[in-house]
Design a protein around this ligand. Structure first.
Ligand code: SF4
Length: 461
């Protein structure tokens, strides 16, 4: 009988893309994938180290699985396996710890080791600094979702003061273009119509003289591919040429997620971020002027050591005034080994950080609603994903990241349909499908939008 394998991912889209490739390889080797929580023979945890709670989540998953499957072979890989090997190797029941450099070899290790008895001490494969050259990544990700990720880059050289990623994932390096295109073509053959380009710092993608825009130009002609989406990208790595291309492209989504982190120059400087508030503001305003229906989302880090109430209020003000569609908020978590831990004066933990987190969350909700309302009474193309069976209610996304829900009696999964947007709920925009013919990819068109008004209803301290 086939052995059962459970794959559990903690953390970012890049981890998800790697887990998807591992899953595909393991099922190709004869393992049967089972959901987390079901009895299993092998547990693979692709870990994250970005916060204390991400690390705790990894340990919890191992403990819970061993409770119902005490004989399961437990393999741990990813960023926490890179930075926290001393902790992980002492967790009872862990059989294998693979640092990031060995992650994609995991199926071979599992195949060799999991059929033996559980190990008395875990096998560790781990190397210090990861600074390999550009890479290929064999295989094709297995996704149950409509959208699929394509890893194009790894590592980061920016060394932001709060971030452990350069230690966990090493120096920046890029996937060879031909190899990225190979996986993209296979994913489209498998039915994925939207691909999300992922990496740690994807604006730094480079293959010889080719950059991110060249890669996108090479991906666009893939027959059957309707949308290319860029995942999180650093503000200093977005050339005007990319925005220009996005403006007229029929496939590159009008979407950018650009971390702000703080709206105060002194905090940005202490964080080692490479831009000022004024530069960030000018960039967002220019981008939205060029592409009026652009969805720009951001990340904010609250409670960075030394952040005062006034500096936090400045962050709120910047978010409130800018045409941002949403803000993901993260509470600062001291990461051993980072510059912030060595030099900063901590902000008192709860309730201050909690209150700041809550304030940005509220502000983000108001921004999202405000963004959604701009598009009411317009027609947008929606790529449908899933259905609530009882209500025959389908949801999907526009290219500019508006979640849309429609009531429809026939199957819409993985179809792109024009939808007239008619109203909003707390979480999405409602609408109705305009016709029954499968639509073409978005034609280049720039809708006329009402001028931007800062978010009302949520005020800053
Ligand atoms: S840009 Fe900064 S925050 Fe992002 S991965 Fe690199 S070091 Fe971390």
């Amino acid at each position: 009988m086939n052995q059962h394998v459970t794959l559990y991912t903690v953390g970012c889209r890049l981890n998800q893309s790697e887990t998807a490739v591992l899953a595909d390889r393991l099922t190709g080797m004869g393992y049967r994938k089972v959901a987390y929580g079901e009895p299993t023979d092998v547990l693979i945890v692709n870990t994250c180290t970005v916060t204390d709670s991400a690390e705790a989540d990894c340990r919890r998953v191992i403990r819970r699985t061993l409770r119902h499957s005490p004989q399961a072979f437990v393999a741990v890989t990813g960023c926490y396996a890179q930075t926290g090997v001393a902790i992980l190797q002492n967790i009872p029941g862990v059989d294998l710890v693979l640092g990031n450099q060995y992650k994609m070899l995991l199926p071979d290790y599992v195949q060799k080791l999991s059929r033996m008895h559980k190990r008395a001490v875990p096998l560790i494969r781990h190397s210090g600094v990861i600074d390999r050259d550009d890479f290929v990544q064999d295989g094709v990700g297995a996704y149950s979702t409509t959208r699929a990720n394509v890893k194009i880059q790894d590592g980061c050289n920016f060394m932001c003061a709060f971030c452990l990623i350069p230690f966990a994932r090493g120096r920046e390096r890029s996937r060879l273009i031909e190899d990225a295109i190979r996986e993209a073509e296979h994913l489209v053959e498998r039915g994925h119509r939207e691909l999300v380009l992922t990496g740690v710092n994807i604006g730094q993608f480079s293959n010889g003289s080719a950059g991110l825009l060249d890669l996108i130009r090479r991906l666009e002609p893939i027959p059957g591919l309707a949308r290319i989406r860029i995942s999180s990208i650093e503000p200093t790595t977005i050339p005007d040429a990319l925005l220009d291309y996005m403006r007229t492209s029929g496939k590159l989504c009008h979407f950018l997620h650009v971390p702000l982190q703080s709206g105060d120059d002194a905090v940005l400087s202490a964080m080692n971020r490479r831009y000022s508030v004024r530069e960030y503001v000018a960039w967002v305003e220019r981008a939205v002027r060029m592409i009026p229906d652009l969805c720009v989302g951001t990340d904010v880090l609250v409670g960075f050591p030394g952040e005062t109430e006034h500096q936090f209020a400045e962050t709120c003000r910047v978010i409130q005034d800018l045409p941002l569609a949403y803000a993901h908020v993260f509470s600062y978590s001291a990461r051993p080994g980072t510059q912030a831990v060595r030099t900063g004066h901590p902000v008192p933990p709860s309730p201050t950080i909690k209150a700041r987190n809550h304030r940005i969350t509220q502000l983000s909700r108001a921004k999202r609603m405000q963004f959604y309302r701009q598009f009411l009474d317009q027609e947008r193309l929606v790529l449908f994903e899933s259905m609530d069976r009882e209500k025959m209610f389908w949801t999907g996304m526009t290219d500019n990241f508006i979640r849309v829900g429609v009531s429809h009696s026939s199957r819409l999964a993985n179809q792109i349909r024009p939808v007239r947007l008619t109203g909003t709920t707390e979480h999405m925009v409602l609408g109705h499908v305009m016709d029954a013919t499968p639509s073409q990819p978005r034609k280049p068109s720039i809708p006329v939008l009402p001028s931007y008004e800062p978010a009302a209803g949520v005020t800053c301290p």
